[in-house]
Design a protein around this ligand. Structure first.
Ligand SMILES: Cc1ncc(COP(=O)(O)O)c(C=O)c1O
Length: 392
């Protein structure tokens, strides 16, 4: 057999320690999972409210699969759109308080489809330097120039807006609400003020805030009373909602453009109805889940307090994403591997997901974790970090 044309390129990744492998779990997602290496306490999923294996949502999938079967067999723009898709979009728009909501199969597809549909030549994107890969790729796919402002720095954003010659086009500020690898928040009040002063619009990705913060889990903009000041809010439903999918909440003109132009919506098979009906169930649960949000907030502060007492330093964050800074990628992966051996599943995050030299463990807390599980994690983290420091 001939040598693969990718042999050398892959070997280079291996030599740099940047090749990746997918770990396997053999049980439903929950605070503890089974794996081929035995049970592990799971501290790296985005199942913030503990709904990924919720039986109410599972039952909705089963009922729907019996009625509809698994496939939609076409793009929604051809024949793959059902009354359930329309019902979900109607409920999402009502939930977000917008004229419309447009459903996408995933959050990645929402961003790589929506941004190039909404802005192009003659427009300008202003993007936070730590935005999620899907926002970066969506911005690149648009024909609009992209100006990158320093992370969470509204003053730098303002400077870039001032430097940009005013034009008749759209000036779109694009930002995560909660940053996916750092867990901090965009300074949304300042971003809104700057945007107002410079006639810019805001595209806010609420992937990690939806379900988690704000009234009824409506996210960061709603929490701050600024929902009306954003033009587009993206919600993803594979995280706190525990299912899969995403939506853009926006006015009806923007929705009309998305349905007519977003290539990741037009040219992909409609989401399966059992997933859509699971999302209708999940939306109802999430909206009424103040008890789970309170438990999650309690788990976050419990973890932070314990980590502080144990001398485990954290990147400052008050959200479920609690990164432990390590630095070199091989060290981050070594600490992750020793935690795995101790019975904890905590992923190491390294380039290109984060900048070189800033590799970390991305610890995530869920409402479903018990205090005992969190205590055990912090003990193991302290041990693993100490061992790694000795081996340096
Ligand atoms: C900010 C942000 N946007 C979008 C996505 C993609 O969402 P999905 O997993 O639904 O594709 C993620 C995923 O981690 C994210 O962190």
């Amino acid at each position: 057999m001939s040598v693969s044309p990718w042999h050398e390129r892959f070997n280079t990744l291996v030599d740099q320690g940047l090749d990746r492998e997918m770990r396997v779990i053999t049980s439903p997602v929950g605070p503890s999972v089974e794996t081929p290496d035995g049970p592990k306490l799971l501290f790296c999923s985005n199942d913030y409210l503990g709904l990924a294996a919720d039986p109410r949502i599972g039952d909705a999938v089963a009922r729907s699969a019996k009625k509809w079967g698994p496939g939609t067999a076409a793009s929604r723009l051809i024949s793959g759109n059902t009354s359930s898709h329309a019902e979900l979009e109607k409920r999402l728009a009502r939930f977000m308080g917008t004229q419309a909501a447009v459903l996408f199969p995933t959050g990645f597809q929402a961003n790589v489809g929506a941004l190039p549909a909404l802005v192009g030549e003659g427009d300008v994107i202003f993007s936070d330097e730590l935005n999620h890969a899907s926002l970066i790729d969506g911005s690149r796919l648009s024909d609009a120039p992209v100006r990158i402002y320093r992370h969470a720095d509204a003053r730098h954003l303002e400077q870039l807006l001032e430097e940009e010659p005013s034009s008749t086009g759209i000036r779109l500020v694009v930002t995560d609400a909660i940053f996916s690898m750092d867990g901090d928040l965009t300074p949304i009040e300042d971003i809104c003020s700057v945007a107002d002063r410079h006639d810019a619009r805001i595209y806010l990705d609420e992937a990690h805030s939806l379900g988690v913060i704000g009234p009824g889990g409506r996210g960061l903009a709603a929490q701050k009373g600024l929902a009306d000041r954003t033009a587009i809010r993206i919600g993803t439903m594979g995280k706190a909602f525990g299912v899969a999918g995403a939506f853009a909440a926006c006015d009806s003109d923007a929705a009309g453009i998305l349905v007519s132009r977003a290539r990741s919506l037009l040219y992909t098979t409609g989401p399966p109805v059992p997933i859509v009906e699971a999302l209708i169930e999940s939306l109802e649960i999430v909206e009424g889940a103040d008890d789970l949000r309170a438990r999650l907030a309690d788990n976050i502060s419990f973890f932070k307090d314990l980590a502080h007492e144990a001398g485990v330093s954290l990147i400052p964050s008050d959200t479920p994403i609690q990164p432990v800074p390590i630095g070199p990628s091989d060290r981050a992966m070594a600490v992750s591997a020793s935690l795995w051996d101790m019975g904890f599943f905590v992923q190491g995050i390294r380039p290109p997901t984060v900048r070189a030299g800033t590799s970390r463990l991305r610890v995530t807390l869920c409402a479903s974790h018990t205090r005992r599980q969190i205590e055990d994690l912090v003990g193991a983290l302290a041990d693993a970090l100490e061992t790694e420091t000795k081996n340096k």
